[in-house]
Structure formats: C-alpha cells, structure tokens
Design a protein around this ligand. Structure first.
Ligand code: PS7
Ligand code: MN
Ligand code: MN
Ligand code: MN
Ligand code: MN
Ligand code: MN
Length: 366
C-alpha cells in the first residue's frame, strides 16, 4: 500500500498505522482501502474508538476509574501527552493506551471539522458505554441488557455511532454525497448488523468472561423458545456429563431468535450500500457486512457455537472479499445466505414463521 497523503512522512502517523495493525483483527486491511487522506481519517477514528473499547472491555478496572475515563475520553484525546497505564496486564490492546499520545498528536493536526466529528462520536460512545457498565455492575454481573430495546441501544452506542461517524467522514471528505452523512437510520443499521453478529457468534467467549450481551427478553422468553434462568445454562456441558432434557433444543431456539434479530438490519444495510458511489468506500463497507451474513448463516442451528469460537472458512472469506465489489453482487450474496438460513429453519422452532418472513424479505430485496 502507498500512503502518499497518509502521513508516512511523520513518525507519529507511522506509529498510528503500526498500532492499527497491532489492534485490529478484521479491520486493518479494509481500513487501508479508501484513498490517501480518507484512510488516515478512518485509521485515527478507529484508534480512538479502539481505545474506548479497550477501557470498556477491561474487567480489572473498578467502575470508579472506568466511568470517568469513558466519559472524558474525548477530552483526553485533546490533551497532548495523555496516556493510560492502568490497563490490566492481559489486556491485548493495552499498548495502544500506553502510547495514546501519538493518536492525540495526529488528531491535533487534522482539520477542525474532522477532529470534531471524530470526537463528538467518541463523546457519545463513551457516555453510552459508561451508562451500560454501571447497569451491569448494579445487577451483580448479570446481564445488563434486559429488553431488545436495551440491546438496540447498547449496539447503537458501540456500533451504530461508528456507522454514523464513518458516514460523516465519507461525506465531509467529498468521496460520498452530503446526503450520506444524514442517513442516520441506515448507517445505524450497518453498525447493528455487524455488532449483533459479533455478539451472537461470541456467545461462549463472552459468557466465559462473564460478559452477557444477549438480552434477557430473548433467552428467558418463552415466546422465543428459551425460558432459561441464566445464559450459562445454555452452554454445552463439559464432556462426560449430560445436560438437562430439552436444553440443547431450547438453546437452538434462542440462537435462532438472536440470528433473526440481527437479520432485521439486513435490508437497511443493502439500502445503505446502494447509496455509495466511491469504489474504495464501497469495498470498505461491503466486505464486513457480507462476512457478517456468512457468519450468521454459520451460527444458525449450529450447536458448536455454544461450545467454542467458530469462524467462517478462510476460502469463504477470501471469496467474499473478491465478490463484495458492487451492490448487485452483494445483494446476491445476501440472498444466498438468506436462502441457506431459510432452508435450515425447522418448523418446530417457535421463531420459524418470523424467520421465513425475514429471509423472504431479503430474498426479494433486489
Ligand atoms: C472506525 C472502522 C461501514 C457505515 C473499535 C465498522 C467493539 C463490531 O468482539 O474487536 O469486541 O473483539 O472485532 C471501526 C458501518 C468500535 C462497526 C465495535 C471502529 C459499520 C468500538 C463495527 C471499531 C460500523 C466498539 C468490532 C463495530 O470489534 O469485536 C472503524 C459502516 C471499534 C462498524 C466495538 C465493534 C467492532 C464492531 P470484539 P471487535
Ligand atoms: Mn475485541
Ligand atoms: Mn466492548
Ligand atoms: Mn471489544
Ligand atoms: Mn465480541
Ligand atoms: Mn472477538
């Protein structure tokens, strides 16, 4: 990759590109997609939000430290030399917070409108994260998320706002139309589709860390086939032990309700992608969402998801990256996965009719 206008002449920006590679699992390559200065903006936006998420995810920090750190992170991002050394030693992204002053230095050199756009999103996200951290604490580690409305709001803070901010950056940079930055509903849906897919797939990893993101309304609700007392109850029991009768089946219905809830955002995401005009911006946005659709199909009716970390096959990912280049092809990919989900749905699933309707809606979108 060439970073002609991406700041490779400055040590602080050079370090930011390295920190991106160090901290981003799936996004590092797509973030380098947009040309020149836009890639740099997205990289800095990513590092600010990754910093916030590292604070949010650190379960060793007491709420008395975490809460003000999240709420003031946008201000710290304007304070030359600021860094945070208090992350737990196991925190995989602690290096970013140790060297956060390089991000601050680069933010300082951005045109004011871009810096303000990035930091106003960080302010809203930090406040939202702090609100939900406090809720999880008072409910003694139990799910802070009660209702599907709570789940939507949490996902809005941590991912819908990312979509909103990215759309602003795409518009402000002149790569996309000014209308895009105003499509809050559609950009929110892009974020929610990605975040809900991540939360659904990461069931086991998150529960093992006592992080409960599935809304109680779904896993405790009889109308979704769940009626569990806790999320642990859904886990695959240790080898050699037998689970209670019906647990596996009811867990499958809860899983299908979670996949169904994520699918609510699919057609909005297709509408969002259809608005894009710039090829590199399109690739950046389309690749994560086609991967998400493949991941939802992998999760659906898959009992392994309750036992371990599942991932789409490398060859599938490579093919999706190559195919995600225009709206028509992307809608065909969505249709393909909607059909596969539809075909796996069982009539005995309490969500069966809702799944058929949701898949039918995606299949007919084109
Ligand atoms: C600025 C590219 C494309 C219009 C750090 C991209 C965690 C799913 O399970 O680490 O915690 O390990 O894989 C990304 C909309 C956000 C939403 C959000 C910033 C799409 C901080 C991705 C990503 C909007 C809160 C993956 C939301 O985390 O998960 C930039 C358009 C960060 C996007 C978090 C999650 C991202 C996520 P885990 P990851
Ligand atoms: Mn992570
Ligand atoms: Mn987090
Ligand atoms: Mn995280
Ligand atoms: Mn996750
Ligand atoms: Mn993960």
């Amino acid at each position: 990759h060439e970073h002609a206008t991406s700041g490779w002449d400055r040590p602080s920006m050079r370090r930011c590109w390295e920190l991106l590679d160090l901290t981003s699992r799936s996004y590092s390559s797509v973030i380098k997609e947009p040309e020149g200065d836009l890639a740099r903006l997205v990289c800095l936006f990513y590092l600010v939000l990754r910093g916030l998420d590292t604070v949010e995810d650190d379960m060793t920090l007491p709420l008395s430290v975490k809460d003000p750190l999240l709420r003031n992170f946008h201000k710290h991002s304007l304070t030359p030399g600021f860094c945070f050394i208090g992350s737990g030693p196991d925190e995989k992204d602690r290096q970013l917070l140790l060297e956060y002053y390089v991000v601050i230095e680069e933010l300082g050199s951005l045109p004011e409108a871009y810096r303000n756009a990035i930091l106003s999103i960080a302010e809203k996200m930090g406040a939202g994260m702090a609100d939900f951290c406090a809720r999880a604490e008072t409910e003694k580690g139990a799910a802070g998320l009660e209702t599907i409305a709570d789940y939507d709001l949490y996902c809005h803070y941590v991912a819908g706002l990312v979509g909103e901010g990215l759309s602003l950056l795409f518009s402000a940079s002149g790569r996309e139309s000014p209308d895009l930055g105003a499509q809050l509903e559609l950009s929110n849906s892009m974020g929610l589709l990605l975040q809900k897919t991540n939360i659904t797939r990461d069931f086991r990893e998150d529960v093992d860390q006592r992080r409960y993101f599935w809304p109680r309304e779904i896993w405790a609700g009889a109308q979704y086939g769940g009626a569990f007392e806790s999320m642990e109850e859904m886990c695959t029991p240790p080898p050699g032990t037998v689970s209670l009768p019906g647990v596996r089946e009811r867990a499958a219905w809860v899983q299908s309700a979670m996949v169904l809830d994520a699918l609510r955002h699919a057609t909005d995401s297709l509408d969002y992608l259809r608005m894009l005009k710039n090829q590199s911006v399109f690739n950046f946005c389309a690749i994560p969402v086609t991967m998400a659709m493949a991941t939802l199909e992998l999760c659906f009716m898959n009992p392994r998801m309750f036992a371990t970390h599942i991932k789409i096959r490398k060859a599938t990912a490579a093919s999706l990256i190559m195919r995600s280049k225009n709206p028509r092809e992307v809608s065909l990919i969505f249709r393909e996965y909607a059909r596969k989900i539809h075909a796996k749905a069982l009539p005995s699933d309490p969500n069966f009719i809702r799944i058929s309707v949701a898949c039918g809606k995606i299949e007919q979108w084109c």
